[in-house]
Write a protein that binds this ligand. Sequence first.
Ligand code: NAP
Length: 314
Amino acid sequence: MKLRTELIGSGSSVNRDLDLVIAGGGPAALAAALYAARYDIEHIVLESYQPGGQAALTALIENYPGIKTIGGGDLVAVMKEQAESWGALFEMSSVISADPIGDRIQIKADSSTYMARNLIIATGAAPARLGVPGEEKFYGRGVSYCATCDAPFFRDARVLVVGGGDSAVKEALHLSEFVSELVLVHRRDKFRAEPYLAEKLLSCGKCSVNWNTTLKEIKGDESVESVVLSTPEGEKELKVDGVFMYVGRKPATEPFANLIDLNDNGTVRTHDIVHTSRENIFAAGDVTDNKLRQIVTAVSDGARAASAVFELLQ
Ligand code: NAP
């Protein structure tokens, strides 16, 4: 308990020796924090400047068992409150690097450095960029990766959504409550998204889906004015006020690239769900190569990882 008091009142740039550092602030990290606190493991959670991770940017969660519907931000806020009520400690600081030193891991974050016996990587994933001309130029000026954050700016506008997965369809449904017209383009002729979500989108009056269609370019002067699409009938230009991209996610694993084995797509290579190529390093949630990426699986990973750390410390 002494250590915890020191941590709460301490300044920055101090090497602190802990049993566990949890990197990340989404559901996986929050569950790991809850379990670590209840196991009384000396720990700190290094959450980035986007607390709650991707889940916090999801308008509506309808598949978290036990709660019929809840906003993503509300769900992660309750998770954090619950973890803190058990003594979980948080610091708003992004991990910059992690290096093995003896039997410890040195974790450098924006404002501090920690030496830890164990590390749980739960840094999640950020929206992938499509890489088309105009995407960077108009980011924040009509190009967005977050309908939950930006939908109110597109009231009565015509928008394009790119992608066919759960994120694209779910966020398109949220956007449709604001915009006057929504066009979704998907590179194939079949959604990857849950059928329930797909059916909802297909029956949304102001939404249309262009199959086998890709986005080639985003055009405009100060902000987005139109897009160039490659369709089965050839290229066409469509006037739109905004473009929302949901073409997958990029795992946030750069700081750990030299520490543990990663897959070609950047995810952490795991075995037995949360174990990595190092005995004292665990991974949880969207940062892993586990197939199902849901809030319910992220919290399960977080709990398993904290439990594995507890066992190692015995
Ligand atoms: P995702 O499932 O990987 O879907 C990405 C979509 O973008 C796919 O439809 C893909 O097309 C398309 N795409 C990828 N690269 C493209 C490119 N270069 N050009 C055009 N289209 C491209 O990603 P996500 O939707 O962000 O979901 C990530 C994970 O989170 C998934 O496991 C998902 O189930 C989960 N999630 C769940 C919920 C939920 O409420 N249950 C909500 C959000 C996310 P193809 O289909 O042709 O590959």
